[in-house]
Design a binder for this molecule. Structure first.
Ligand SMILES: [Zn+2]
Length: 177
């Protein structure tokens, strides 16, 4: 929100705007009508997270999972935002419905560019469970369960990847098909 902007909802005029933290930034949400004000990217993220809540999906993996599902030639198989109780890490599973590798190249190049910005090392694992599949997940380190701190860090990574990937699709190296 720009400096000096009225502390008032642009939709309903209500003054009860409450700050909400999204990743590393803050947006303002109207307590009355739910309208969100802030940078468009963060507003979109919050809206996706609300959608996830309504669908009963994980608010951490849903934005990235949806992004991957919307890539041409890719179909989402499943996703998880991790489970603090079970100590499991997040992942996004997908298949290549067009049987081509171009989107793998896009995701692989994106992971390479983001490497320094992520808390964990992420990889795309090849899986075979009656069908050819892929899983975007953190590199296994031999442990079956992970600490809540690690899971939270991986969740932040998921949202960071989502933000970055949206920008990458507009760059010259991103294969458009
Ligand atoms: Zn409002």
């Amino acid at each position: 929100m720009p400096e000096g902007a009225p502390e008032q909802c642009q939709v309903c005029g209500n003054h009860a705007l409450v700050p909400r933290r999204v990743t590393d930034a803050v947006v303002r949400e109207c307590e009355f009508c739910g309208h969100i004000e802030g940078p468009s990217e963060l507003v979109e993220l919050l809206e996706l997270q609300r959608e996830a809540e309504e669908l009963g999906c994980s608010e951490y993996s849903y934005p990235l999972a949806r992004f991957i599902d919307e890539l041409p030639g890719v179909k989402l198989l499943g996703d998880s935002g991790g489970n603090r109780k079970l100590g499991t890490m997040p992942f996004v599973a997908f298949e290549l419905s067009d049987h081509r590798t171009w989107q793998l190249e896009n995701l692989g190049q994106a992971l390479r560019l983001m490497r320094e910005e992520l808390s964990r090392e992420w990889m795309i694992e090849f899986t075979f469970d009656y069908q050819l599949g892929f899983e975007l997940r953190t590199r296994p380190d031999g442990r079956k369960t992970h600490d809540p701190d690690e899971i939270e860090a991986a969740r932040r990574d998921l949202l960071h990847m989502w933000r970055r990937l949206r920008g990458y699709t507009a760059l010259a190296w991103w294969k458009q098909g």
